[in-house]
Ligand binder design. Sequence first.
Ligand code: NCD
Length: 310
Amino acid sequence: MKKPKIWNNKHLLGLKKLSADELTCIFDTAENYVKYAGGTGQKTDDLKGKLVVNLFFEDSTRTRSSFAIAASRLGADVIELTAKASSLSKGETLRDTARNLEAMGIDMVVIRHSAGGAPYLLSQNIEASILNAGDGYHEHPTQALLDIFTIRQLRGSLEGLKVAIVGDIAHSRVARSNIWALNTLGAKVFVVGPPTLMPSAVNKLPVTVCHDFDSIISEMDVFNMLRVQSERIKSQVFPSTREYSRIFGLTNNRMKRAKKDVIVMHPGPINRGVEIDSDVADGPNSTILKQVTNGVAIRMAVMALCDSVK
Ligand code: NCD
């Protein structure tokens, strides 16, 4: 792929520093890849001969397979590495693993890690492109890109849209990446949840904080429902799952009070009946599976763009 003038990033570490033009460049590129994302059997050779390593230190279903599918539809070869099945479990440092992979001629590393900043560290130590597939609570750029790309497809522009990100904001890298990019693109972001699931420095984020979901239901254009990330939570942050669902869940009843064309999103994995009712997750306003399909197009775009810089 020929490098677009505006694009000069070899790595994708986060969305905080990307400009509106850079974000738009990713979306416009992804638009050209949508036809490859839905499983038509079509492929491109934009990354032909390139070697991509999927380096996952945390569990993943969607993100990992989406990156692998994206790479394969671009004609690249993909190597899968998990922490458990590699020398990472024998004490090798991340830097050494990466440098050894590099010695075998890899072009791109897709990394998911529980430590915020791990992708950055890697980018400082090897020549290959580094794509962040989620680092701790920090960022999950491709997830937010596919969320926003889906909204853009349905509404044309983000300008002035009211987007509620609901649930476990404190432990969510998806929320953080969405907050940065939505703001850059002119949307108004509301974060909704109990005080115990808000980040301590939430007042420094460009968002409106809300603890009463019902009070904003009818004005929102988008609900992005987050899973409560229990695996990251050590203490009890709400009385019971039932209580949480009653106050912050996207239920059929709440949907009755929402805008008719409100967009219902979820990054997955869904906990049905907790943050979202099953009927709502599968209902006419839900874009959950469309997000997954778009994820392949977005990841194809990001890979092709980052590769075009080298
Ligand atoms: C998210 C993640 O891992 O940050 N999932 C995803 O990538 N689609 C959110 C989650 O695990 O709840």
